[in-house]
Ligand binder design. Structure first.
Ligand SMILES: [Zn+2]
Ligand SMILES: [Zn+2]
Length: 271
């Protein structure tokens, strides 16, 4: 089926209202009554747990690009961590990102940065996509796995379960910081990889797209800001290729390798 890209895009109201509601919830973090250092600590921990371990290490470097291998139980654990970032289920996330690499900054890229910073950052999420029907073609390795199917189907109930656990653990301040503020913070960090590192920074490699290396995104997103390196060497487990390109996720992979939990670690052949 050919897709008429000139068709006017339809607003996805469910997505739009959901993003608005969670952002409004995050504003409650400005209310002093909800502040406590413990709650901030919970948010920081979950930022690392869901954004660092889940999205960056799990969804991106392990599952999307298979840049290293882990025992299946660890892969599922990392996929679970990523699911808690509320960026959709793992199957849709992985498929979308593979489509991004195939058509990077071309018309079929779901977040083509040539359509502007805000489009690539979050605008694309407010609309129904033309390429939705294409996702199964890009996710054949995980789409039939019952664990991935479970995470895909229940990512919202899993977040509610985490929310009730935090409410029990520390009251509403834990919910405001550990759920709402943390989700919004991790969202924007991840989205900066699609927006800022397709716009700001430098290019070390000819990657045929707008991807850039940007130090402050790399710090926020556990090494993902070395995005031009990544577009040039998508299979590489290491994204920071210069000694000064600090890549925390690469350090985590090295640690996993040292204790025997990561193998077949692929590296960029830059020679
Ligand atoms: Zn990638
Ligand atoms: Zn990219």
């Amino acid at each position: 089926m050919t897709i008429a890209t000139s068709t006017k895009r339809q607003i996805n109201w469910v997505n739009t209202l959901f993003f608005a509601a969670v952002h409004l919830g995050a504003l409650l973090a400005l209310v002093p009554a909800f502040f406590s250092w413990k709650a901030v600590g919970v948010a920081v921990f979950l930022y690392w747990f869901t954004g660092g371990l889940g999205i960056t290490l799990g969804f991106h470097r392990l599952i999307t690009h298979r840049s290293f291998q882990t025992p299946k139980w660890l892969e599922y654990f990392l996929a679970f961590c990523g699911t808690l970032a509320v960026q959709g289920g793992p199957i849709e996330w992985v498929g979308t990102h593979r489509i991004h690499h195939l058509h990077s900054d071309k018309a079929d890229d779901p977040h083509d940065s040539n359509k502007g910073f805000w489009w690539s950052h979050m605008g694309w999420l407010f609309f129904f996509r033309d390429d939705q029907a294409d996702l199964p073609r890009f996710t054949k390795d995980i789409a039939d796995d019952p664990v991935y199917q479970f995470l895909e189907k229940y990512f919202i109930p899993l977040q509610f379960a985490l929310g009730f656990f935090l409410l029990w653990l520390g009251g509403w301040s834990f919910v405001v910081w550990g759920i709402f503020f943390r989700i919004v913070f991790v969202w924007h960090c991840t989205w900066l990889v699609n927006s800022a590192t397709h716009k700001f920074g430098y290019q070390s490699h000819e990657s045929q797209d707008n991807s850039t290396n940007c130090w402050w995104v790399a710090l926020l997103v556990f090494g993902e800001g070395w995005h031009n390196n990544h577009h040039a060497y998508q299979y590489s487990a290491r994204h920071g290729l210069q000694w000064w390109e600090f890549d925390m996720t690469w350090m985590t992979i090295q640690l996993l390798q040292a204790i025997g939990l990561a193998k077949n670690v692929k590296l960029a052949n830059t020679k």
